[in-house]
Write a protein that binds this ligand. Sequence first.
Ligand SMILES: Nc1ncnc2c1ncn2[C@@H]1O[C@H](COP(=O)(O)OP(=O)(O)OP(=O)(O)O)[C@@H](O)[C@H]1O
Length: 727
Amino acid sequence: MTIRVVARIRPVHQTELEKDIIVKVGGIDGEALTLVKVPNPKNEHEDFTFQFSSVYTEAAEQQTIFNNEVAPTIKHLFSGFDVTIFAYGSTGTGKTHTMRGGKALAERGVIPRLLSGIYRRSRKLEKDSKGQTQVEITLSYYEIYNDKVFDLLEPPEKRTMAGLPLRDSNGKTVVVGLTERSCDNLKDFEKLYDQANVNRSTSATKLNAHSSRSHAILRIGLAVTTGDETRISTVSAIDLAGSEDNRRTENGKERLVESASINKSLFVLAKCVEAIGQKQRAPYRESKMTRILSLGQNNGMTVMILNLAPVRSHHLDTLSSLNFANRTKRIEVREVENEPIFKGCSRAVTTVTGPSIQRQPLRPLATAVHNATVNAMTAAKTGGKIGKTFSVYTDRARLSNTNARANYSENLRDSSPKKRPSDCLSANTARPNKRSSPSRIARPQPVISKESLDEMIERKVSDILAARALDQSSIAPLHEISDELQKRLELLEQKIESKEDGREQGLTFLLMAKQHAVRGEDMSALRMYTLAKDYFPDNAKLDTKIQRLRTRLEEKRDHRGQEGREGKSTDLGRSTSVTQGTVTKVSQGCTEDDDYHVAETPPDNNNYDSAGGFKCSSKSKGKPRGRPVQPGWKVSDPLDGKGIALTPRTTRLLDIVNTRDLAQIRCLRGIGFKKAEAIRDALGRDEEDEFQGCTVHSLAELGRLKGVGAKTVENMRVALGATVGSL
Ligand SMILES: Nc1ncnc2c1ncn2[C@@H]1O[C@H](COP(=O)(O)OP(=O)(O)OP(=O)(O)O)[C@@H](O)[C@H]1O
């Protein structure tokens, strides 16, 4: 199913003239309105024609738009599908009017009507099930203003300069720290919504007296619980800010900054749509709005309402919007409903259906009608002065659209919950068992030279990896592959994947080593180089570096030892013992700037608790510093475990990690929900549980946990510096 795009043309304003109307609408063969026609700015006698699922004129009422475009999605929302409804258009075209509308009953926009529909259905469901089914509705509402996210359910005084951060969680972008309010009835909703809208950034511009200066996103969470099964789905109703031509707005400085931010995010959105159309990687991360909207990535249903002004003064903006919408309508969205959550079900289920599976593949509708009127295209391209090109729909398109609305309802009916992520899982994740294909077995084996075999393998591997990156399910079936080829293919694929992972990790260690070395932190640099060695075992240059650092550290230690014996500079009380493959360090006075501190004496048994855990010398004397190494935990790093004293900062970091408490771990810098879960799972949920939970004793051990890595460790550690600084 593709994104449903419908166009709505607003009435002419009092300040505008009827004679300036340039936007015309039509239908194919006199059927429902689906066409928008706008003259070519270079040649008024020629029209650009665009086709959408539905087109609404200025006469269309709020109720009609809701009934036709939004009401049908409510049923699917209750079946566990996510729904996204967003209004797009340049400034003053009626986006806020469509989404929010006025206070009078007839003027109410899509959002209040949607809520009304949801409450009505909830009550019916609860009543019909005689209370067996319970529905909980929650709301969050926020705006993206100057590329910063602000909670609209909180008063503006509570805003921080930086706004709220975004995180990726289970394939969805979430706003961290957003208020979520439970809302039981329409009255409460309206109160909350009205209050929140007061908090929204709006200003008067020359083009709109109440121009939205931000993108506003209302998220309605629905949890339908029957017995021990809960189905969660979300509607996102988004009122985007409108693009502005600042030659016409005469915006002042502040408005210009806002405008630049709005235009930039809309530009990124257009780039995303363009990239999806060309099967390229979409630059979602270039703007917060595109990350949140995740056009083409979010499962479920997406409806875009394209708002247009009918008059000439908006001519270029109208064409630009139409062109954008024309591309958007080709984006496919996957109809996958959210998996139900069962009481007592472990989180591991969600990791299995993680981002790579839930995320939407970025590909255009292969069979989409390409709307291009050759004449119009040529005119637009050769136009010269107008720096915009338009790909335009032709009236003679073969697409039969006899009853667009009926088709839509049909589509929705077809998309009833037939696919569940878990059902799709095997299709998406399991590699096709090519050997079991009878056709393949029956086929005579082709005679292939070794060279061409190698070439075929490499090509196939790149194809598969590329396809996997885009969409697991889109891996093309492999034809005509012999058993031998298949075997080699799998081996090579494994090799490439593990090599890539390792290389990347090794390079990260090298980079960090260099950074430490530049800052003169020889001990840390040595540690990072030693870690990198595992990944580049034959690198002679690396050996030299490690050796040089060891020598330097030994010299320093000797120098300090000498100073100590001479009674000088004993305040730091540092010494280092560096032996082949092992750096032994014990802290006398743990400071903040270095993780590795040395004691005047080599480590002895006093530095360990009875179970082999670490005890900090001096400062934390008597306090056990580590926990016993649990069975199953492998300490292989020469720099780990015994002999290393930890700074307060490192200790704090390890303590947090060892709590296995997701909330605490998530507070660490660079750790989102997914990473926190990975860490917790790597350690075992609970020390007592069946995983035989283990404990992390050093940064190196932490860095080796799945999904962590040295860079993340360093980030967490550095960020903790401020909080433990006083220790
Ligand atoms: N279908 C419509 N019927 C009646 N009035 C409309 C309609 N669409 C828009 N308007 C009016 O046009 C004006 C501009 O609309 P609105 O503020 O919704 O535009 P917008 O696209 O949200 O603009 P911005 O991007 O600047 O926020 C408002 O006064 C609104 O009431």
